[in-house]
Design a protein around this ligand. Sequence first.
Ligand code: NAD
Ligand code: DAO
Ligand code: ZN
Length: 369
Amino acid sequence: MKTLAAVAWKAKEPLEVIEVDLEGPRAGEVLIEMHATGVCHTDAYTLSGADPEGLFPAILGHEGAGVVVEVGPGVTGLEVGDHVIPLYTPECRQCEYCLNPKTNLCQSIRSTQGAGLMPDGTSRFSLNGKPIFHYMGTSTFSQYTVLPEIAVAKIRKDAPMDKVCLLGCGVTTGIGAVIRTAKVEPGSTVVVFGLGGIGLNVIQGAKLVGADMIVGVDINPAKEALGRSFGMTHFVNPKDVEGDLVKHLVDFTNGGADYTFECIGNVNLMRIALECAHKGWGESVVIGVAGAGEEISTRPFQLVTGRVWKGSAFGGYRGRTDVPKLVDWYMDDKIEIDSQVTYEFGLKDINKAFDMMREGKAIRSVIKF
Ligand code: NAD
Ligand code: DAO
Ligand code: ZN
């Protein structure tokens, strides 16, 4: 079949919206008609050429929602008409990782997904007989996309797809980092570095679990009002801080934060986030994805004296199990998503969504098909 898709031909070039060929689902796969997709910083990161796994040409996008329109042989858990959210972190429920409750990083299709291919080692997308790579196993910047059933969360049919698509990445990642990865307790002091789509959801998660002091750190002053609307209690702009930012934040939080979250992808801030965690018990969670080859460092004594450094992918959540529950939370008004959709565009204007993100004007732009 044909599908209209936004193709990333090369790093640093705008996407081209063009009709491409899409082969139907093979065994264990489903064809999804996309209804909406968010545009995340990670799509821009890959398009920038900084992603070591970035492959071109590819169809990017990983924050979508849509409807199953065809199922391949052997599919048992999904049927035509199901509303779904594609998962860049699959959940096979059988691999060594899925059987270990300590992780959400299912590895059953990791090698092919990382190579931009479906689990059988081939691509379903092509143009003029030449394959186009899948991206993060999801490729949501396409009217139609094919996914393995283990990488699809079935959600309730009354949830608006142009909002719950953000549960495909940003909302789930931020809230999960607080609840699932860090397990922040009520009354905690939390510092959040970077108030974009991820950081605002960390704030939302921290408020949800009853943190007392939620400090947002961002160089964009326009983020203060946004942060406060999600539950941030204090704002620090590093540009206004004279002297050492770590000392400032340690003093500000009366000895250091119980939990800190890096939501930017900046290795210098990852170090600052660790070092302003409280001596003896403070934990720092890395969520931001740094550029290829970049490294983090600190004095080991920071860890000897009780600080803990950890990371979080997709909020530590297992998509097929947990994303439908988060959709329920949204439908029950327990979590806020609507105000995170700053702009809506049609697929033909997808490059404008990237511009809005680069200019810091959008929490999220949503593409509606
Ligand atoms: P974003 O661009 O929307 O937000 C980043 C924020 O950081 C912006 O508000 C910006 O003003 C701020 N910032 C930039 N430099 C700063 C500095 N020096 N000091 C303070 N603030 C600064 O990005 P996003 O969509 O929120 O994504 C954040 C990061 O999380 C990215 O690296 C993305 O790739 C990563 N990410 C990780 C996961 C995961 O599962 N671990 C999932 C999604 C995204
Ligand atoms: O299992 O080795 C692995 C890779 C898991 C991928 C997790 C990706 C999380 C961070 C990428 C940003 C997502 C938008
Ligand atoms: Zn698995």
